[in-house]
Write a protein that binds this ligand. Structure first.
Ligand SMILES: Nc1ncnc2c1ncn2[C@@H]1O[C@H](COP(=O)(O)OP(=O)(O)OP(=O)(O)O)[C@@H](O)[C@H]1O
Ligand SMILES: [Mg+2]
Length: 485
């Protein structure tokens, strides 16, 4: 059977500085109509570049150096396949295909949704562009689509702005924008990585239901093998811009042939893991951590309490303004309700819970970025208990670095990675007051988020987005190489 999309020997490079990065090196695979194909591979393997090539939305410094992407439009069965690579990216034909026949949803909905326009305007715009319909028709179809993706009150959602929606609802808004024109191919580039497991399951089910209803094919891009096992029928495994293995889900998972895929499967958690069993990293990442160590310090004082951080009865309430034209006053929202826990020296404590349950608020109170309503955060400064809440001004920054918070947007676009780490080492409020770690050292610790730059005693939430293989190599290290923490 003729596939919907047939990618043949595709090659894409990026021009950077004096040289070129070969991001896609002769990739070939086909996406059958109506099926779900998962494109799997670790960070940087070229998955997103392939999706950008299909949509012809590659960055300006990218160059397609070879190959074909043949698209057989099911709406025009008698036409010859169109080579998307040969079309001008901004030409009329490609604009019709982009968003009309092939749509994409990204990991972070706010990169696709405009904060200045209502959901209704943004979803309806795709219809006005691609389907010759009037504004009232566009509204009717948009509301219908919002109902289909599960908005409890589609009329209200039509009027809402994206910032008024939760993460899961924003993702639904983006899905409606992608699907409102009934595309024959939906590209989903890490659509659920930023969501917690409950919402993740809902969104994956939603995509599967819509696929059955609309008969479209789905190219699911993910590094999450759990997601692949749940949704895919066919799998393509990529590594360093090349396809390592491809085939049906059962064959690929049941009998992995390529050593890379075997390694990938061993690098993700399984239900039957024994207590204390560690994941096997895909490859050993050799690092010289000596430069990251703090200056020699005395041994941990004899008999000193080994609880580094003691959280007792922490509570935080936020005041949320009531919404609507006629609404007045505010409602109290209890974000953290009387929680207590300890983190001991060398221990890795997992603080787990679904979206909105108070994890980040807790971490911000630990860092004193937020003041708790009640409760205490006590840091153990080599045997001397320090009440973090009571510290003010300079005293707060003289304390040994007690934590580092990773947020996905922590890196600045205009800074090279090592500058981002250097920024991280500065004490807020006083540019002169730098942490004793030198930038030279920080460069050694650059791990794309900067959190390991100054040997914190308690790094917080560092791996929400990286691929499993990257997570495996990023996590255990800091707890080990700083025995004096
Ligand atoms: N704008 C760009 N300029 C230079 N190189 C780039 C650019 N975008 C991507 N690359 C490079 O292309 C390669 C493939 O990147 P790509 O984003 O496709 O990876 P990915 O498989 O989607 O990774 P992830 O799972 O992290 O999203 C990487 O080496 C990356 O550094
Ligand atoms: Mg990507």
């Amino acid at each position: 059977m003729t596939p919907l999309v047939d990618i043949r020997d595709l090659r894409v490079q990026f021009l950077v500085g004096d040289g070129a990065v070969q991001a896609v090196k002769g990739v070939s695979f086909a996406i059958p109509a109506g099926r779900t194909l998962a494109l799997v591979g670790e960070s940087g393997s070229g998955k997103t570049v392939i999706s950008q090539t299909l949509m012809r939305i590659l960055p300006q410094n990218a160059e397609i150096t070879g190959g074909q992407v043949l698209f057989n439009d099911p709406a025009k069965p008698d036409d010859a396949p169109v080579d998307l690579v040969a079309l001008p990216a901004d030409g009329k034909k490609m604009r019709q295909i982009r968003g009309g026949s092939i749509s994409i949803i990204f990991q972070e909905p706010m990169t696709s949704l405009s904060p200045l326009h209502t959901v209704g305007d943004q979803v309806g715009e795709a219809l006005l562009l691609h389907r010759n319909c009037s504004k009232p028709e566009a509204k009717e179809l948009t509301v219908e689509m919002l109902r289909l993706v599960g908005f409890p009150d589609p009329e209200k959602a039509w009027r809402a702005y994206p910032f008024e929606l939760s993460g899961g609802l924003r993702q639904r808004a983006m899905i409606s924008m992608a699907l409102v024109c009934r595309p024959s191919l939906l590209i989903a580039d890490e659509p659920t990585t930023a969501l917690d497991v409950t919402i993740q399951a809902q969104i994956l089910k939603l995509i599967a239901d819509l696929q059955a209803e609309l008969g479209m094919a789905v190219l699911m891009i993910t590094h999450d093998l759990g997601v692949v096992a749940n949704v895919a029928e066919d799998v393509v495994v990529m590594y360093h811009g090349e396809v390592m293995e491809q085939g049906g889900l059962r064959d690929i998972f049941g009998d992995p042939r390529h050593p890379y895929l075997k390694g990938l499967l061993a690098a993700v958690p399984r239900f039957d893991m024994k207590p204390g069993e560690r994941l096997i990293p895909l490859r050993e990442i050799k690092q010289d951590r000596s430069a990251l160590k703090r200056p020699e310090r005395e041994a941990w004082p004899e008999g000193a309490d080994d609880r580094m951080l003691t959280i007792e009865h922490l509570t935080k309430t936020f005041s949320v303004r009531n919404k609507g034209w006629l609404a007045r006053g505010s409602t109290q929202h209890l974000a953290v309700d009387d929680i207590s826990f300890d983190v001991r020296r060398g221990e890795c404590l997992g603080l787990v819970g679904e979206s909105g349950c108070g994890k980040t608020t807790t971490s911000k109170m630990i860092m004193k970025a937020l003041t708790p309503d009640s409760g205490t955060v006590t840091f153990n400064d080599r045997g001397t208990p320090v009440d973090i809440a009571a510290l003010e001004g300079d005293k707060l920054f003289r304390l040994p670095p007690q934590g580092a918070v990773h947020l996905p947007g922590s890196l600045r676009i205009a800074e090279p990675a090592h500058d981002g780490v250097r920024h991280h080492l500065r004490a807020p409020g006083n540019p002169q007051d730098r942490h004793p770690c030198r930038t030279r050292r920080a460069r050694h610790g650059t791990d794309a988020s900067g959190w390991s730059g100054c040997a914190p005693s308690a790094p917080l939430s560092p791996t929400a987005s990286p691929a499993g293989s990257v997570r495996g190599s990023a996590l255990p290290a800091p707890w080990r190489w700083s025995p004096n923490c």
